[in-house]
Design a binder for this molecule. Structure first.
Ligand SMILES: NC(=O)c1ccc[n+]([C@@H]2O[C@H](COP(=O)([O-])OP(=O)(O)OC[C@H]3O[C@@H](n4cnc5c(N)ncnc54)[C@H](O)[C@@H]3O)[C@@H](O)[C@H]2O)c1
Length: 400
C-alpha cells in the first residue's frame, strides 16, 4: 500500500515503516560516531519508554554507543496487513534488527509499564539474558522515559488520567497551527483538584519508585546502578501552562522520587537524578498550547547560533558529558538536577526567542520562525518527510 501522512487537528494518525526505520538508522550512525564504551559505561541498560523520543535515543545510545545489552519497555500498536502500526512499533523493529545484526543483546517488551506484571517480566528477562549471554544479571542503567495519558495504579486498580492544564486560573496564550502556519490564541480552563491528582499519579515519580523497588528486591540492580528520569522546565512564558500547571506538579513529584531513590541506591554506591532536557518535537508536542509557537522560534534561534539539538544529540551529551563524564563527577545544578537545557536557557537564546515571538506575524511565520523545521520533525517522528525514503513506493505495513 501507499502510506501518506494523515494529520488531523495536529495529530498524525499513521506512520511509515521505512521512514521510521531510516530515522533509527540515522540515530545509530550518530551515536557510533560520538560515543565510546569504557569500563565505567553500562553493560546492561533498561529503558522504560524505549520506543520513541527521548527513550528511543537513550536505548540507541546505550546499545550502539556503549555496546550495552538493552531491555526496552514500551506500549505500541502493531501493524496489520492493511493498517500501519504506531511509529514506536516500527522503531522497536528497526532497533532490534540493527542491534541483532551488530551482535548486541536485546529484549523488547510490549505492554503496560505501570503494571506489576511488566516489572516481573523485565526481571525474568534480565535473568534470561544473563544466562544466555554469559553476563551478570545486573542492570547498570535505568532510564525512565514514559509519557502517558493514563495509568492504572497496580495497588488499587484505579485508572488515573494526566492533563496539561493551568492551576488556579485560565491560561491563554498564542499558539501556532503547524500545518497552516496560522497564529491564534488558545485558552485552557484550570485543572480540577482531581485532575491535578491524576496527572501526578500518571506522570509523577511513584511508578519510577515502584520500578526501582521491584528491581532492587529481585537483586537485579548492580551496586553502582544509575537511574535517570526526564523533565522539562522551559522559559517563564510557558510556566502558567507547564511548570506551574498540572504537568509541573507531576514533575515536582518526579524530583521528590529522584531524591528518595537516590538515598536508597547511594547506600551501595548507586545514584538517581532527573535530567532537565531541551524542548524537542515529539508526537504530542503539536497539541500543547504555546509549544509549537515557542519551539518554532527556539529552533530558528538555536539553528542560527549553531547549537540546535534533537533527542539523539541531547542524550549523547547526557551520557558523554554528564552521566559517564570522564573523572566521574556528574555536574548538577543547585537542586541536584542534570541540566541539558543549558543551551536552550542561555540568556542570549531566550532573549532572541522572546524577540522572535513578539515580532512574528501570520505573514512572517515561515521566515521568522523555524515552523518548517518543527513540521519536519513532527512528520519525521511518524516516519514521514525522511530523506532517502520513496513515499511513492508500495510498502507492506506489517514490516520495516
Ligand atoms: N518532548 C520534549 O520536548 C521533552 C522535553 C523534556 C523532557 N521530556 C520528558 O521526556 C520523557 C519522555 O518524553 P518523550 O517526549 O520522549 O515521549 P514519547 O511520547 O516520545 O515517548 C513515550 C514512551 O513511553 C511509552 N509508554 C507510554 N505509556 C506507556 C505504558 N503504559 N507502558 C509502557 N510504555 C509506555 C511509549 O511507548 C514511548 O516509548 C517525558 O517524561 C517527558 O516529560 C520531554
Amino acid at each position: 500500500m501507499l502510506i501518506k501522512p494523515m494529520v488531523r487537528n495536529s495529530i498524525c494518525l499513521n506512520s511509515h515503516p521505512k521512514g521510521c526505520a531510516a530515522v533509527v538508522e540515522q540515530q545509530i550512525a550518530y551515536v557510533k560516531q560520538h560515543l565510546r564504551p569504557s569500563t565505567e559505561t553500562p553493560k546492561m541498560a533498561l529503558v522504560i519508554g524505549c520506543s520513541t523520543g527521548y527513550g528511543l535515543a537513550s536505548r540507541i545510545a546505550a546499545g550502539f554507543g556503549y555496546g550495552a545489552a538493552t531491555i526496552g519497555v514500551s506500549f505500541e500498536k502493531p501493524a496489520s496487513a492493511t493498517k500501519p502500526g504506531t511509529p514506536g512499533y516500527y522503531n522497536n523493529l528497526a532497533f532490534e534488527r540493527a542491534a541483532t545484526n551488530a551482535g548486541l543483546v536485546v529484549k523488547t517488551l510490549d505492554g503496560d509499564a505501570f503494571s506489576n506484571e511488566m516489572k516481573a517480566s523485565v526481571i525474568d528477562a534480565v535473568k534470561t539474558i544473563a544466562a544466555t549471554a554469559g553476563i551478570p544479571a545486573k542492570i547498570d542503567l535505568v532510564v525512565y522515559s514514559l509519557a502517558s495519558p493514563v495509568r492504572t495504579d497496580p495497588g488499587d486498580g484505579v485508572m488515573y488520567r494526566s492533563v496539561i492544564k493551568p492551576i488556579g486560573g485560565n491560561y491563554s496564550g498564542k499558539t501556532l497551527d503547524m500545518m497552516t502556519g496560522k497564529l491564534s490564541i488558545a485558552s485552557v480552563e484550570p485543572a480540577s483538584a482531581d485532575e491535578i491528582i491524576g496527572t501526578v499519579k500518571v506522570m509523577g515519580g511513584e511508578d519510577w519508585e515502584l520500578w526501582i523497588d521491584a528491581l532492587d528486591k529481585a537483586d537485579v540492580l548492580s551496586p553502582a546502578v544509575r537511574t535517570v528520569a526526564y523533565t522539562y522546565i522551559g522559559p517563564e512564558l510557558s510556566w502558567a501552562i507547564y511548570k506551574n500547571g498540572t504537568i509541573g506538579r507531576a514533575k515536582e513529584d518526579l524530583e521528590r522520587a529522584s531524591n528518595a531513590i537516590n538515598a536508597r541506591l547511594a547506600v551501595n554506591g548507586g545514584a538517581a537524578w532527573v535530567s532537565v532536557n531541551k524542548a524537542v518535537v515529539t508526537r504530542a508536542s503539536a497539541v500543547i498550547p504555546i509549544i509549537p509557537f515557542y519551539v518554532s522560534c527556539l529552533f530558528k534561534v538555536m539553528k542560527d547560533k549553531g547549537i540546535h539539538e534533537g533527542c539523539i544529540e541531547q542524550i549523547t551529551r547526557l551520557y558523554k558529558d554528564r552521566l559517564y563524564v570522564s573523572g566521574g563527577v556528574v555536574p548538577l545544578d543547585d537542586a541536584r538536577r542534570i541540566r541539558l537545557d543549558d543551551w536552550e536557557m542561555r540568556d542570549d537564546v531566550q532573549a532572541a526567542v522572546l524577540a522572535c515571538m513578539e515580532s512574528v506575524t501570520d505573514e512572517t511565520v515561515f521566515t521568522a520562525t523555524d515552523l518548517t523545521g518543527f513540521k519536519h520533525d513532527f512528520l519525521e517522528a511518524h516516519g514521514f518527510d525522511v530523506r532517502g525514503v520513496d513515499y511513492d513506493a508500495d510498502v507492506d505495513p506489517s514490516t520495516i
